[in-house]
Unconditional design. Sequence first.
Length: 440
Amino acid sequence: MNPIAKQLNNTIENINPHIMEMLSCMGKNLFFPKGILSQSAEAKKKAYKLNATIGIAREQGKTMRFDSVMAAINDIRAGESLTYAPSFGIPALRNIWKDSLYKKNPSLEGKDVSLPVVTCGITHAVSIVADIWIDPGDVVILPDMMWGNYNMILNVRKEAEISRYSLFSESGGFNLAAFEKKVKEEAEKHDKIIVLLNFPHNPTGYTATEEEGNSIVKILTNVAENGTNVIALLDDAYFGLFYEDGILKESLFARLCNQHPRLLAVKLDGATKENYVWGLRVGFITYGCKIKRDLDPWPLHDALEKKTAGCIRGSISNASHLGQSVVLRSMQHENYPAEKNEKFEILKNRARRVKEVLLSPKYKDAWDAYSFNSGYFMCIRLKSVDAETLRLHLLEKYGVGLISIGKKNLRIAFSCLEETDIRELFDIVLQGVKDLESAE
């Protein structure tokens, strides 16, 4: 094992040995190298005459570039866009994102969490976390309805066992009974469990209520208190898009990160959906866990950040400097809060319009709608026809595109529909159902 990795492991072990137990084999071996990067950083500070360390090209004291590229970038300097960003991410962006976490999550007040590490989108964040914390055979608890890429990342790539519970109860809310049963069953069989929670949920657009959220925290804390190490992964890709009263409007990360030494909370979020910059690929990983009161949490956070940055360094090197600079400038702009609220209201109105349209009794024999109150999506459960058959029929005959999930579910992304198009969409889906029924 590399001496730097040993040093990081000793730091983690001394502050919270349970976190050390949770690391994967790769996670234990990860470190942030001191070679070229650290020498380049030293040279950047002290090489006032000539600096021949970093692998970029320069001319006339500036970053070499094409004028055609800079014309497309507009007013962002080449040094803030074309050069390499740190594997940890741009410091100013990391700090402004951390500050925003406290503003968006009141329960974080008074709690220490790590400085977010920048990833190339939230998909990359999930993959990096899987490398650091998951070994083949580890169990990951997920609902029966889930984003399909979890299977690719966690099961196919990491060979983890995915254990599922039913997302919805008969009343339409979060199925706390099934969740608790599944968590306790897996805790009895494993020393470590990984629980992945995604609110607002993809594909259903459901966010837990305040009461359900508090119950989830209690369930996971009790399991940790009974001696099982728990890693709670909070995929907050659609954070902030909460459209109804009574639902949880902060991340469960804020309530889980200081509950128990055996409970590690990991927040996976980003500008992708929160700031409507999907293609810029800017995500974040933030850690939170409870330690002894008399200990400084900074060395533990620093060690986890370095292991995370080392994993990024060993895969993609760093996320796009340009993408990070664009997000940073936007968040620093005086119009940022107003712009964010404006787009939120548009999506909220679309979600409200979907609910209004679905109140029509003409749809009741064709499908039931799953509960939704947030995010980009909602799902319907078909009563009489196959979902994939209907999807293809709608695409071929009516030019309407939807996503089929399993045999009976269709996902509708109302995020990309104008309000005026919503009733027409559902009427076409209904007509498609009737077409298939009459053809049988």
